[in-house]
Design a protein around this ligand. Structure first.
Ligand SMILES: Nc1nc2c(ncn2[C@@H]2O[C@H](COP(=O)(O)OP(=O)(O)OP(=O)(O)O)[C@@H](O)[C@H]2O)c(=O)[nH]1
Ligand SMILES: [Mg+2]
Length: 332
């Protein structure tokens, strides 16, 4: 008797066998907003959860044009040459507005995108950063179940996306342009505390000297910050995706970081804290969504909002009145 597999179970088997089409399909399922797809996606994740967690989760951030995609191509190919399987995901808040995607053109990753040991997935377009973040977190798990030992998450340094990505990876790498030493000041407050390494990009040709000088500046500046780990001082390196300079060093650093954090039980603690934050993000989001969907809330909300804007009511008072609806039974 051959019981037919349910689609989700078949999908799980495909993913565990390393089937890339199954992986791509699963990520699409996770990204879907349809209630039945969400149901299936959560069943799928439940099946795969025991097979997740082993990858190096690395965030790569930096301003537009700093060279993230080109770096990821060079870094990814280096990893593959060392026997790793590499998945590349993206968190792109601008795609929610433009409908585009930072990985939309895979031209910067032409060689990586055709490598059988690599899997590149563009940022889902549309939806809030919170939505994109959940999809990416779940996509990381799916990639791990599919046997990818390294998962790179690219994000452009816009809005809150850097913080979001930093909260889902083990190692957060920020790329910086050579030159301008006071760029550090332009970095968002709080980001430096999250950085596990800085890499000055385009350290080749005429840029080489400027890159080394910038690196020295950043080293000095970073010393002023207290890092979140007690066993790790974020190093500053120079890299060139064109010449390959420093690419191997970045991988050494990531491995050294993993070894140190693991030895100090910090990696598991970091991931536990991330899981907890993810859970609470979901709870908060769910409560808000549920509350705002209520008919009584929807009918009272515009009036209260107007009253607040027109200074007829204090925000505290208006919020209190809205939340008072929680005490009244409602038909949903
Ligand atoms: N000289 C030099 N130029 C580089 C290097 N890496 C990237 N570039 C150039 O820098 C430009 C931007 O590179 P991308 O990899 O697209 O930068 P990005 O950070 O992914 O940009 P966005 O996706 O737009 O945020 C391109 O013209 C690259 O050719 C490098 O190592 N050396
Ligand atoms: Mg890019």
């Amino acid at each position: 008797m051959n019981r037919a597999l349910l689609p989700v179970e078949a999908l799980a088997e495909g993913i565990l066998a390393g089937n890339r089409r199954a992986l791509a399909k699963a990520i699409t399922l996770v990204e879907s907003t349809r209630a039945d797809h969400q149901e299936q996606a959560q069943r799928l994740l439940e099946l795969l959860l025991p097979h997740t967690g082993q990858a190096y989760r690395i965030g790569v951030s930096g301003v537009p044009g700093v060279g993230k995609s080109t770096f990821i191509e060079a870094f990814g190919l280096h990893l593959i040459a060392h026997g790793e399987k590499v998945a590349v995901l993206a968190v792109d808040p601008s795609s929610a507005i433009s409908g585009g995607s930072i990985l939309g053109d895979k031209t910067r990753m032409a060689r990586l995108s055709v490598a059988p040991q690599a899997f590149i997935r563009p940022s889902p377009s549309g939806g809030s950063l919170g939505g994109v973040a959940r999809h990416t977190r779940e996509a990381i798990l799916l990639c791990e179940a599919a046997g990818f030992g390294v998962v790179l998450v690219e994000t452009v340094g816009v809005g809150q996306s850097e913080f979001t990505v930093a909260s889902m990876v083990d190692f957060f790498l920020v790329l910086m342009l050579p030159g301008a030493g006071d760029e550090l000041q332009g970095m968002k407050k709080g980001i430096l505390e999250l950085v596990d390494a800085l890499a000055i990009t385009k350290a080749d040709g005429d840029n080489l000297l400027a890159a080394e000088r910038a690196a020295a500046e950043y080293r000095k500046a970073l010393r002023l910050f207290r890092h979140h780990s007690t066993v790790w001082e974020p190093p500053v390196v120079t890299v060139s995706a064109f010449s390959g300079h420093g690419i191997d060093r970045v991988w050494e650093i990531v491995r050294e970081h993993r070894a140190r954090l693991t030895a100090a039980s910090e990696l598991s603690r970091k991931r536990e804290a991330q899981q907890q934050k993810w859970f609470w993000d979901m709870v908060r989001e769910g409560i808000l969504e549920h509350f705002l969907a209520r008919a009584d809330v929807q009918s009272l909300l515009p009036e209260l909002e107007r009253a607040v804007v027109e200074h007829r009511m204090s925000p505290t008072d208006a919020a209190r009145r809205l939340l008072a609806l929680l005490d009244t039974p409602h038909a949903s």
